[in-house]
Write a protein that binds this ligand. Structure first.
Ligand code: ADP
Ligand code: MG
Length: 335
């Protein structure tokens, strides 16, 4: 009998994570959330401890010819801050492990740490340690710790049928910015898009405000693409959703440049990664409070869809009002 051995390409990043989740089960009652959300949550008395980690690898997540070390330092921390933001948590401390090639100029490392320090200062978090190793390519891994009262936390699970689906900011700018860098370099007039890719701004204050007022039922940050992150939220909540294409928030620059890089004007907004916006669900009666929060924080928040029973899956509603099932949901490693 021939045994077929699967390779990672066949199951993808999320197929692998689902398997890891089955291999490793925890029965510790203090673990409020293990594998399966943006952040792990551990009960620690009055407050919960939040723990998240993210890796950046040269040639996979960044390219030294596009991003400078200062921006890289800021971004390495920003992507972790975004995960704490998606729980409504308060980031506090972080550790950083770096793998570096031996011919790397020292000023690269000092600029990287300047960026890291600036991002840490802005979000009031402190570096408390890490690890350093030789590596052929630059590898950066941050583990960020945070805290929050248990009752204020928002998970991927919790969305209910009938809830509205909201997203902050505009979508697709970072993915289009990356595409521009890859195909044409830093061309004039596209700086706003490129900066969204190089210097993401985590929505920490927005996440905390939404969570502490108990307006939302579930939340996730959009890091791999709107549709794939929506599908994670739906899966964890055991629901489906409809998303209206003409409600997807697009920036002026996105609308101006998207046609030069894709036939599908929604490609980057629906399945491009690295928006680091917040996607959340809330009952209809919260709509007014959410729009006044959007005004006071000066961050757009758009109602883009509706939560449906699980059997409906994730449906897009096109401009013509017709339903369609999207083919590519977003970025996934190994695929
Ligand atoms: P995010 O995009 O928010 O960073 P991921 O898709 O990377 O989330 O991870 C989803 C969940 O799987 C998280 O709970 C994360 O901690 C967990 N996870 C990811 N990779 C691994 C791994 N190699 N081993 C164990 N858990 C993992
Ligand atoms: Mg996340």
């Amino acid at each position: 009998m021939r045994v077929t051995i699967k390779v990672l390409r066949e199951i993808g990043e999320f197929g692998l994570i689902n398997r890891i989740r089955k291999w490793i089960t925890s029965s510790n009652p203090s673990l409020l959330q293990g594998i399966g959300d943006d952040v792990a949550v551990i009960e620690m008395g009055m407050k919960s401890l939040l723990v998240t980690t993210d890796i950046l690898i040269e040639g996979i997540h960044f390219n030294r010819s596009w991003i400078d070390p200062y921006q890289l330092g800021r971004k390495a921390l920003a992507v972790n801050l975004s995960d704490i933001a998606s729980m409504g948590g308060t980031p506090k401390y972080f550790l950083i492990s770096i793998g570096l090639p031996k011919n790397l100029p020292l000023p690269f490392v000092s600029s990287f740490y300047r960026g890291l320090k600036m991002e840490a200062k802005q979000f009031r978090v402190e570096l408390i340690g890490g690890d350093t190793s030789l590596s052929q390519k630059i590898v950066i891994n941050i583990c960020l710790l945070g805290e929050e009262k248990k009752q204020n936390l928002l998970f991927r699970k919790g969305a209910r049928v009938g809830d509205d689906l909201f997203v902050s900011g505009t979508l697709g700018d970072a993915a289009l910015g990356l595409k521009i860098l890859q195909e044409r370099g830093k061309i004039k007039g596209t700086e706003g898009l490129i900066n969204k890719h190089l210097s993401p701004c985590p929505r920490v204050e927005l996440g905390q405000t939404i969570a502490k007022h108990h307006w939302a039922t579930a939340m996730i940050d959009v890091s791999d693409g709107l549709l794939i992150d929506t599908s994670h939220l739906l899966e964890e909540s055991g629901v489906g959703a409809r998303v209206w294409e003409d409600r997807i928030p697009l920036s002026r620059l996105y609308r101006k440049w998207v046609h030069s890089f894709s036939k599908d004007p929604f490609q980057f907004a629906l399945s491009g990664g690295e928006d680091y916006e917040l996607l959340f669900t809330a009952p209809g009666k919260m709509g007014k409070r959410i729009s006044s929060l959007s005004h006071s924080l000066k961050i757009p928040i758009t109602r883009i869809g509706k939560i449906l029973p699980q059997k409906e899956g994730l449906r897009m509603i096109g401009k013509d009002g017709k339903k369609y099932s999207p083919s590519c949901l977003g970025f996934e490693h190994f695929k």
